[in-house]
Design a protein around this ligand. Sequence first.
Ligand code: KG4
Ligand code: ZN
Length: 335
Amino acid sequence: MPSCILALETSCDETAASVLTLEGQVLSSEVVSQIEVHRVYGGVVPELASRNHIQHMRIICEQALDNAGVTLPDIAAFAATSGPGLVSSLLIGSTMAKALALAENKPFLAINHLEGHLLSPFMDDAIIPPHVALIVSGGHTMLLHVHGVANYKLLGQSRDDAAGEAFDKVAKMLGLPYPGGPEIDQRARSGKRNAFPFPRSMMESDNYEFSFSGLKTAVLYLLPKIDIAPETTLNDVCASFQEAVMDVLVEKTISAAKATGERIIGISGGVSCNHRLRELFTERCFSEGFTLRLTQPQYSTDNAAMIGFAAVQRFKIGHYSPLEADVDPNLSLLS
Ligand code: KG4
Ligand code: ZN
């Protein structure tokens, strides 16, 4: 009796495969990162990303099956990210999952990458409770009211850069390597958070929208006026910038949770690995009486286990996808 799902993730520059039980337990989660390939260009080069996905796809599927201790007949359904993301990258994982589904005569599940992030704080749970969700990744900063699987209401999102994008762009200005988020996070640990008074954009506005481009510009205007050669000054800029991003994320999320009346807050996406984010949300949720669910760090940045977990939820309710289902670089979470 097939009892597992094989999920693939290739929306950007990580080639990932994971096997989960139909109850949502992760049996294997393999990720091949292409960071070194793209680092020399200071960002992701789509053509190189898709070529690398092709090179790694077959081997990573075999590794995911081997490490889970299962074989193809144990797989009840094949899932892949169908968007949003880079179209030439999405096509690799999606085509592989469809080919396996066709060959094995099993269902195919097209999964929204954002739904993978969104549900990832609850990967240890049997059900997804109603909650307020903050997705903070390289491509998105969104606040949602989650009523249940496939029942999401957008509360607000970034009008310009995503939080992770702001981290990456500011890191580039500071001469730090790609991806900038982890670099800034690390340096901020030894910097002064109040060294530079960066703006907290839209903090006072009466909505749940974000804007990070003004903050990015504030860093750009500061740089000619200071010398970041000394490590201490560089670290101070990192800590002050990071604090400005986190202050806005915390305030907006807490006020959204209060407005909806939900008592649970879930946080996901690459930026949710950030140490200061985890510290500030933990303190604030404790003092305000909210239950905080943070995605485990290994499932915060792009991975296939979160795609598999979303696929398990869809499989349970029979939400299979036709093999004709196309990838969509702009796929919405709300359709
Ligand atoms: O979720 P993710 O892996 O990919 C997208 O779906 O976009 O997020 C990647 C983003 C990048 O912008 C990266 O710089 C950021 O997450 N990131 C971090 C940290 N780790 C990754 N940002 C701040 N602090 C971190 N520790
Ligand atoms: Zn992502």
